[in-house]
Design a protein around this ligand. Sequence first.
Ligand SMILES: Cc1cc2nc3c(=O)[nH]c(=O)nc-3n(C[C@H](O)[C@H](O)[C@H](O)COP(=O)(O)OP(=O)(O)OC[C@H]3O[C@@H](n4cnc5c(N)ncnc54)[C@H](O)[C@@H]3O)c2cc1C
Length: 391
Amino acid sequence: MKHRIVILGAGYAGAYVAGNLARRLSPKDIEITVVNAVPDFVQRMRLHQLAAGQDIEAPKLADVFAGTGIRLRLARVTGVDPERQVVATADVGGELGYDTLVYALGSHGDDCGVPGVAEHAFDIAARPSARRLRKLLDRWAEGGSVVVVGDGLTGIETATELAESRPGRSVTLVARGELGARLSAGARSHLRRACDRLRVIVLEHAGVEAVEATRVRCADGTAVTSDATVWTAGFTVDPIAAAGGLEVAANGQIIVDRTMRSVSHPNVYAIGDSAHAIGDNGLPLPMSCASAGHTGRQAVEAIVGRLTGRAIANTKLVYTYNHISLGRRDGILQPIDDEAQAKPTYVGGLKAARVKTAILTTALWATSHPTFGVPKRKHRLAATPDAVDGI
Ligand SMILES: Cc1cc2nc3c(=O)[nH]c(=O)nc-3n(C[C@H](O)[C@H](O)[C@H](O)COP(=O)(O)OP(=O)(O)OC[C@H]3O[C@@H](n4cnc5c(N)ncnc54)[C@H](O)[C@@H]3O)c2cc1C
């Protein structure tokens, strides 16, 4: 019987790993199945652009995996049972067995327990909500107010993109502390100038304690009128892993070792936003596309190494830059040091915007051509694959 590798999620992390494994392992020994809820690749990093009214590419996963031998199963994953080594899905097939599982279900918006967010706010972290926001903005003849809560990278990108693409709307960005507090002083000033130029109203030192149908209420009593509230204040993961008994961190991410292997279940790997992975600086890697790439590469090395009896190469686990778009013609590149703090330098303006666009284009290309550039070796499996690890 062939070794069954099942990959949950075909986002930036999962699609990349699936293609690479298919390229490096012999189809005589393995079968790879990718389970994904939707039929196309969602460029999450461009969802604020989608909401702002721009069209973004969404390659069909059937095309992405064509000719690779990967089986694609379009289904929502509803559970994992690592003791029985099965995945539960919402489609008619119901259950899927595995020998090696790669968990890459990503993340979604977190309402942070604030009343009214689930009922009244848009969540830019998922495509359905980004599309609903776009439709609503399209319906407004003119005027209308949008309040973006959260001045993390997603909130900054969303507020500036909406202001640039939808002139005539009032856009307010609500920050818990000083605007862009995690950026260097120079980058913070650049951001402030960009907000002024795009007429983004900035409300600082404001903790939102409730979202209502037509306003956002802050802890200090301030109420901001809002025809559409966009909540970007947090990201979290699905409770599927925790419910299945995998060891997870407080935020629900699967705790993995240096090779992306679950610390509780050795034939489960977690990558991307779903993984609580410690970077080379000793700190957890942030949820990001860069981390999806790094954790994916390390997981591929580990899986290929263990299954074929080869030594496992340590790949880089680093986070070195924030790339932030401020609309289509401005941006900020903020280098990050080993303590995960902003370095004093930054690059701003059109150059930064171009670099960010190039990164997005490269990420899409790499994910939708997951076998490109990978040496086609087709290693055979070792007779007792896990023996190399002494398991
Ligand atoms: C607006 C926005 C802007 C961003 N900008 C940046 C940026 O500039 N730089 C950066 O590094 N990061 C950015 N990010 C974060 C980045 O998008 C994520 O860190 C990245 O997508 C994580 O990759 P992933 O493969 O772990 O998850 P995802 O890309 O989310 O992929 C998860 C996949 O799993 C599927 N899935 C989820 N649940 C289920 C289920 N139950 N059953 C079946 N399938 C399921 C999804 O359909 C998806 O295909 C941004 C995010 C947003 C929302």
